[in-house]
Write a protein that binds this ligand. Structure first.
Ligand SMILES: Nc1nc2c([nH]c(=O)n2[C@@H]2O[C@H](COP(=O)(O)OP(=O)(O)OP(=O)(O)O)[C@@H](O)[C@H]2O)c(=O)[nH]1
Length: 128
């Protein structure tokens, strides 16, 4: 399973994190907004679609820069691609998540996250 996710970074260097809603896998954990790449879909196009659906923001695919990827060997083998994004149109809203929050880069690794996210949060924090 290929999953794409974004670190939206605001002017203060904070990262937007989303808490997974009840009833879903990893419910209550904090993740980078994003989702599954559909068959035949380009990863950046999938991420633009997911951020529109989940946060109500519009993003130019050229504004997405790769940061790192991570793998998780659970029931389903998951490959998670993380992109950085510093510009978007619209104010992010929690259309799908239980809650969204701007988090200082140095505080990211203190959040409860799905296993695949820890290395990505560390890579991002090291760059910020
Ligand atoms: N968006 C996102 N998903 C992640 C992250 N880390 C991680 O393990 N995942 C997993 O990757 C998958 C993403 O799928 P998704 O968000 O499109 O799907 P979903 O389970 O919400 O529901 P769906 O089945 O209705 O599409 C989930 O299994 C989710 O737990 C992350 O940082 N961001």
């Amino acid at each position: 399973m290929l999953v794409v996710a974004a670190a939206l970074i605001d002017a203060e260097g904070r990262v937007l994190m989303a808490r997974r809603p009840a009833g879903k896998q990893h419910a209550g954990l904090w993740e980078f907004p994003g989702g599954k790449v559909e068959p035949g879909e380009a990863p950046k196009a999938a991420l633009v679609r997911e951020l529109r659906e989940e946060l109500g923001v519009e993003i130019d695919p050229d504004a997405l820069d790769p940061v790192a990827f991570s793998e998780s060997l659970g029931e389903r083998h998951l490959v998670l691609l993380l992109y950085r994004c510093r510009s978007w149109r619209g104010e992010p809203r929690a259309l799908d998540a239980a809650e969204i929050r701007w988090v200082a880069a140095g505080d990211l690794t203190a959040l409860d996250m799905p296993p695949a996210d820890g290395p990505l949060a560390a890579a991002l924090a090291a760059e910020c």
